[in-house]
Design a protein around this ligand. Structure first.
Ligand code: 5AD
Ligand code: SF4
Length: 453
């Protein structure tokens, strides 16, 4: 039983958008933990609420203002009970619209961008005197100012590269995340060691343009992503490596080869193409053609025929004609994707494409998106269904949906549920796939006896 106010401070951190944001949110939780805040999933009991926001499309950005509206009510209710609540808006909306957030939403105490969140404790302290905005791109290395990682779980993200110099005509990332910067191999290795020591068995190396990685190697020379992954393969206990998100123009020969010669690199490639029309790709400033993309995929499949291919698509980029959209449909039919994300074009303030006056009508965009998604869904289903009957290696991540079950992922990133003791969590198990559901596969542990039968 407790009397009066719970002395333990609590923090609620919510992340929107990409894996990089999820990583940053985890690091902010680590920072707050070092300041004595326990993590909570119950926002109403939080003394600090952090919203790590996404600016990539209009819908994502709009969520911030509706969420802050709900938090304002909560903050007022807690204030009536004598409890203080600090509201922090972090992430890419913070970066892009910092001052506007303060002006529009009086309940917000701190606005902090993705490159300055290591200063969160100072900013929180300062917020008791005045509301603060920090959207600098500081010179100091954010990562070296963060506390050691507290790992949770069998899989973990690790940021190796941030920012983007590509300036695709539709995209806010180069403005919100800034120029491309790669961390050194030594810094990444030491974070990877901490992850593995904490029980992580699969690391996903992340970056806005992860395959443009060019960090300082241990010998002083610049290392590529393939070289970095090679430098991580001997970490005892590390079983798998993945990376995302990549750009076609940075798909170097050694990276393609890594899918064949580095046993830790999983047979999965997320390589956004955006459109199957070279004219649209040019208008998007992607700097490659549809045929370039097809050639890259052919080379990857030469090395790793079973690779699961994933991509991002935008329909209704300004000026996209019916015939150009059909080229996207044809590319998808020809290449077949195991999974994909597809979006209607959303004009973003400050990007070159937002200036264009040849918008595709909303109804046309909706129809195109629905046709594309129907095709991509059918391909995803076919890919999943084709696994039935095969034996796959599953990295067990957690307890399953039902008692006695565990769940984990295949090399192709498909979730499988099967019966096994929880002591298998963190290990690789051979599993026979017996059934394919809409979001999961169901399997049976392949014991030696079953294998011999
Ligand atoms: N409109 C629609 N989709 C976008 N993306 C990025 N910017 C926009 C935009 N303005 C999509 C791209 C990118 C993914 C992360 O989000 O497909 O690869
Ligand atoms: Fe955005 Fe293009 Fe950079 Fe990807 S490569 S983050 S889509 S500008």
């Amino acid at each position: 039983m407790t009397y009066g106010q719970d002395p333990l401070k609590k923090a609620f951190v919510k992340s929107y958008g990409c894996q990089m944001n999820a990583y940053d949110a985890g690091r902010m939780a680590d920072l707050l933990a070092a300041e004595g805040y326990a993590a909570t999933d119950a926002v109403e009991e939080a003394d600090v609420v952090v919203l790590n926001t996404c600016h990539i499309r209009e819908k994502a950005a709009d969520k911030v203002f509706s969420e802050v509206g709900r938090l304002r009510v909560l903050k007022a209710e807690r204030a009536e009970r004598g409890q203080d609540t600090r509201i922090v808006v972090a992430g890419c909306v913070a970066q892009a619209e910092g001052r506007e957030i303060l002006a529009r939403t009086p309940a917000v105490d701190v606005v902090v961008g993705p490159q300055s969140y290591h200063r969160l404790p100072e900013l929180l302290a300062e917020s008791h005197r005045r509301r603060v905005v920090d959207t600098e791109f500081p010179i100091e290395d954010k990562f070296s100012r963060l506390p050691a990682r507290r790992t949770r779980g069998v899989t973990g993200f690790l940021t190796i590269q941030e920012g983007c110099d590509k300036f695709c005509a539709f995209c806010v990332v180069p403005y919100t995340r800034g120029a491309e910067v790669s961390r050194s191999v030594a810094a990444i290795r030491s974070e990877a060691e901490a992850l593995v020591a904490g029980g992580v068995r699969e690391i996903t190396l992340i970056g806005q343009n992860v395959n443009a990685y060019h960090g300082e190697g241990t010998n002083g020379a610049t290392a590529t992503l393939a070289e970095l992954m090679r430098a991580l393969t001997d970490l005892p206990g590390l079983l798998r490596l993945r990376y995302m998100t990549s750009h076609p123009n940075d798909m170097g020969g050694d990276l393609i080869a890594a899918h064949g010669d580095n046993p830790l690199v999983m047979p999965y490639l997320h390589l956004p193409v955006q459109s199957g029309s070279t004219r649209v790709l040019q208008a998007m400033n992607r700097k490659h053609t549809a045929d370039d993309y097809r050639r890259i995929i052919a080379r990857v499949r030469d090395v790793r025929p079973d690779i699961a291919l994933s991509s991002d698509f935008i329909v209704g980029f300004p000026g996209e004609t019916d015939a150009e959209f059909e080229e996207t449909m044809r590319l998808v039919s020809d290449l077949t994707f195991a999974s994909a994300f597809s979006f209607k074009y959303s004009p973003r303030p400050g990007t070159p494409a937002a200036e264009r006056t040849d918008a595709v009508p909303e109804s046309v965009m909706s129809e195109r998106l629905s046709r594309l998604q129907t095709l991509l869904d059918a391909q995803r289903h076919a890919f999943n269904a084709a696994t039935v009957g095969s034996i796959v290696e599953v990295l067990v991540e957690k307890a399953g949906r039902h008692p006695g079950q565990v769940a984990g992922k295949t090399p192709h990133l498909l979730m499988v549920q099967f019966e096994a003791p929880v002591s298998t969590i963190g290990t690789l198990q051979r599993v026979r796939i017996v059934r394919c559901g809409s979001n999961s596969l169901f399997g049976a542990l392949e014991t030696d006896a079953a294998a011999a039968a």
